[in-house]
Structures are given as C-alpha cells and as structure tokens.
Design a protein around this ligand. Structure first.
Ligand code: GTP
Ligand code: MG
Length: 295
C-alpha cells in the first residue's frame, strides 16, 4: 500500500511551518486526513500539535549542552542521530493508509539542503518500496519579498534548484508570503518572477539605493567593510548574471504563488501537490459514515 507525503523545505523563516498549518487546516475542513511530522528539533510552538515530533527522539537543547555544539552543528547532529534511528519513523508511519497526506515540516538551516548528503538519504529511505514507500513531493518555499532584491532572488532560486537536483523527487517551488508584496509588483512583471528570467537583473530596484562604483578598479579600492559598495560593483553584477544565466539554461525552476491567509491559494498549492504524487488516483470511493451523514 502506497503512502503519500509532502516535505516542506526552504530557508529560515520562509513560512514553512505556517504553510504546514494552513495545509492541515484546509485538509481537515475538507475531510481529509493529515499526519503532521515535525522534523525541526528547534521548533517550539505549533498551531497544530505534531503527530510525530523529532523532539521526542532527540532534543537540540540537550545536544547543544552535552556535545558542546552550536545550533547549526547541533541540528546536523540531530539529523545524523535520526539517520541512525530510522526505525523511529517506520514505527509511526508504517501503519498509515493511503488516505493520509503525511506532512514533513523541515528546519530552515540552508546547509541541510545544499552540501550535506543527509536529506537525499532520508528521502531515499522514505520513498523506497522496500522501506516506507511514500510517494513524496518536495515543496521548496522562498519568501516573495526576495523579489525586491534580484541578487537575493537568484541566490534563493539557486538554492531551490540545488535541492531539486539533490533530492530527485517531484518538486514544486513556492513563492510564499505573497500578501506582503501585493500592490508592489505589476501583474505583468510577476510572470517574470514565477519563471526566472535573466532580464530581471536589468531593472533591479535594489540598485537604486546602492552606491555605484563606475568600474572594477574603483570597486576594488572600495572599503572591504562597505557592503553596499561590494554588492553593487561590476564583478558582483557579472556574478549575478552568470548565476541567473545558469538558472535560465537549466530551465528547471518555476514558482507557484502562496498566500497562507487565503484559503484558495492553499487549495491551489494542494492541487499541485496532489497531482505530483497522484494522490486522487489511489483513493477508493468512500461512503459517509452514519455519524458524518447526520452531521
Ligand atoms: N504576511 C505573511 N506572513 C507569513 C506568511 N507565512 C508565514 N508568515 C510569517 O513569517 C514568519 C515565519 O514563519 P514560519 O512559518 O515560522 O517560518 P518557517 O519557515 O517555519 O521558519 P523556521 O522553521 O524558523 O525556518 C512568522 O512570523 C509567520 O507569521 C504569509 O503567508 N504571510
Ligand atoms: Mg518552522
């Protein structure tokens, strides 16, 4: 029996946990079953209590104290511990039926998605037919306010692409917190953000506020502490153009828009997730139980 799941990922503060909560609320309102797995050992408060919480396996606080590690090193330790104790996941997830959408809420430390092979191993374990056999979709969130600074937007897009290549599962990218940029970006321009386009670098509003050295020579003589000058010179522009060109040539990343305060927006994202994992195709016709019918 297949299981279905979504792994919600992205940089710190991108809105992952809020999206998980909105998704669970939406599923519940629509009589669908959700199983919420918190894999962020630093998360403290939740809108919906997790059905499975990594903190019951290992606590980041204890790790930091006992192993004398900082928060990032501590997190990596927690994930290495999880990888040695995968039975803990199997015990709880194995009995779930295909009716459930398993939602994994991930931590925001970017190194987890870029240069450490822990996540690919975890994803392989979750999806392999011999193990949990979950049809998994990755949802990578990037905050929509990044579009205001093109360098940040392309750097974020590069991290989304790196996660896509690393994980090798169906993947959707999401621009979260769309409500925060409402009215700031014209509809016509928004299309250029949902499918990244190198010409976006030509009209970067963040450039306006930055000092502009007129040449590389001037840039190199700039004060190395002056971040504004460092991030506006010709070399920085060339780097961004190269990154944007790479993203465009791979042509892998496009974004869906999400505003967690809007139910229709959550529904639209869910329909993409369902489609990626072919959720509806596995569902049996179901008659309402007597109590549900009376309700
Ligand atoms: N305006 C607005 N704020 C949002 C939205 N989604 C999340 N936020 C806010 O963004 C902040 C971070 O949200 P979280 O859901 O905790 O983000 P996260 O990605 O889980 O953060 P970490 O787990 O720490 O990496 C909170 O203050 C949320 O209220 C949204 O759609 N719109
Ligand atoms: Mg979170």
């Amino acid at each position: 029996m297949s299981k279905y799941g979504v792994m919600v990922m992205g940089p710190a503060g991108a809105g992952k946990s809020t999206f998980c909560a909105s998704l669970i609320t939406y599923l519940q309102l629509n009589r669908r079953s959700a199983f919420y797995v918190n894999l962020d050992p630093a998360a403290e408060s939740f809108e919906h209590q997790p059905d499975l919480d990594i903190k019951d396996l290992i606590s980041l606080e204890d790790v930091m104290e006992e192993m004398k590690l900082g928060p990032n090193g501590g997190l990596i330790y927690c994930f290495e511990f999880l990888m040695e104790n995968l039975d803990w996941l199997t015990e709880s997830l194995d009995s779930l039926t295909e009716e459930y959408l398993i939602i994994f809420d991930m931590p925001g430390q970017i190194e987890l998605y870029t240069h450490i092979p822990i996540l690919p191993t975890l994803v392989k374990f979750l999806t392999q037919p011999g193990n949990l056999d979950i049809r998994l979709c990755a949802a990578y969130l990037l905050e929509a306010t990044f579009v205001v600074d093109r360098a940040k937007y392309f750097a974020g897009t590069l991290s989304a692409m790196s996660a896509m290549i690393m994980l090798e599962v169906p993947h959707i990218n999401i621009l979260s917190k769309m409500d925060l940029i409402k009215g700031q970006i014209r509809k016509k321009d928004m299309k250029r953000f949902t499918t990244p386009d190198t010409t976006l670098l030509d009209d970067d509003p963040a450039d306006i506020g930055r000092k502009k050295p007129s040449s590389d020579l001037e840039e190199h003589s700039a004060d190395p502490q002056d971040k504004d000058a460092l991030m506006s010179g010709a070399t920085f522009k060339r780097l961004n153009t190269a990154v944007a060109g790479l993203i465009e040539s791979f042509s892998m990343v496009s974004y869906l828009k999400l505003d967690c305060t809007d139910e229709d927006s959550v529904q639209a994202i869910l329909s993409y997730i369902d489609d990626c994992i072919q959720f509806h195709e596995a569902q049996e016709p179901r008659e309402l139980a007597e109590e549900e019918f009376e309700e």
